[in-house]
Design a protein around this ligand. Structure first.
Ligand code: FES
Length: 102
């Protein structure tokens, strides 16, 4: 599919999460200290929307059962059970648009 605009930089303030829908796929964009990261929005445990969770540094915590993912890589950081990592995407910024490669 290629590069797709997912948000304006002004939509994703530092320390916040933003959800975008691309062609039926839910993508989460995180702003960590002015750098943007993108990954699937759907928690690999039971399907919660991670954009409704919390962001602390580079760690996203799922609002349902507390799984934690590193938003820089999509990797599972902490959870009592083995669940899959999140698929992460390359992000670029041009002027005030955030692009994700899907
Ligand atoms: S749905 Fe995310 S931890 Fe259970």
């Amino acid at each position: 599919m290629g590069k797709v605009i997912v948000a304006k930089t002004s939509d994703v303030a530092p320390g916040t999460l933003h959800k975008a829908s691309i062609d039926g796929r839910e993508i989460l964009v995180a702003n960590v200290d002015g750098k943007y990261y993108a990954m699937d929005d759907t928690c690999t445990h039971a399907g919660a929307s991670l954009s409704e969770g919390t962001l602390d540094g580079n760690i996203i915590t799922c609002g349902w059962h507390g799984a934690q993912f590193d938003c820089k890589s999509g990797r599972l950081d902490k959870f009592p059970a083995k669940i899959n990592n999140l698929k992460s995407y390359n992000v670029s910024v041009e002027s005030d648009n955030i692009f994700v490669e899907v």
